[in-house]
Design a protein around this ligand. Structure first.
Ligand SMILES: [Zn+2]
Length: 222
């Protein structure tokens, strides 16, 4: 099989099979669907600040395979990403759309994975660093917009990201939260809103955790 490429460069990912024979819990049948919301930079792909060149896209190890496993079990997959480079004028929507297309094509080629949607906050934070819109994570606007658009049940959905802002956005939307971190978690500001339900250190662990956790509503916030 030829190595999949993204416009000019080979995709790098490790084959990380998910060896777990434990039976999966049956999902409750509901009219609305559960989803996994995924942060992009540093979570789905290696973080290259303000990159819009598809040739520089590299999936994090095991990401494509993990998403394929989740999709095979009925999880809708959506990317939710802050792109303040748009508001700052570092790149245009057309340039970012090209990157998005490259990313989606790369996922398709790497593991036959299709995203349900790709939601972008194009705004910058306020000059004091505070929120200036309702969609920049840690605000939950992108997740809520996706839920309305696609009939997603937020309480049985997961937010997966590498930052506490991702965790907070997930918590504020009423989702379950999983932090994908290979760093030092002792430096975190631990508040209930910024503490994830689970921490995983690689993508295989993320898929296992989501697939093996029984569906239940997230605990109510204090
Ligand atoms: Zn925004």
């Amino acid at each position: 099989m030829p190595t999949p490429t993204l416009a000019g460069g080979p995709l790098r990912w490790r084959r990380t099979p998910l060896h777990d024979e434990t039976p999966l819990p049956a999902r409750t049948s509901t009219a609305v669907r559960p989803a996994v919301f995924i942060a992009k930079d540093g979570t789905l792909v290696e973080n290259v600040p303000y990159n819009t060149d598809p040739a520089l896209l590299r999936f994090r190890p095991g990401a494509a395979e993990a998403l394929a496993a989740l999709a095979a079990h009925g999880w809708a997959l959506l990317v939710v990403t802050n792109q303040s480079g748009l508001a700052r004028g570092y790149f245009t929507r057309t340039q970012f759309a090209r990157l998005q297309e490259g990313l989606q094509k790369g996922l398709q080629q790497a593991a036959d994975v299709a995203l349900l949607d790709f939601l972008v906050c194009p705004h910058a934070p306020a000059p004091d660093g505070g929120p200036a819109c309702l969609c920049r994570k840690p605000a939950p606007g992108l997740l809520r917009r996706a839920a309305r658009r696609h009939g997603i049940d937020l309480a049985s959905s997961w937010m997966v990201g590498g930052l506490q802002d991702d965790v907070e956005a997930g918590q504020r939307a009423g989702c379950r939260t999983l932090l994908l971190s290979d760093g030092d978690e002792s430096q975190w500001r631990r508040t209930p809103l910024r503490t994830p339900e689970a921490v995983c250190h690689d993508w295989a662990g993320v898929a296992r955790h989501i697939l093996l956790t029984p569906p239940e509503p997230a605990p109510s916030l204090p």
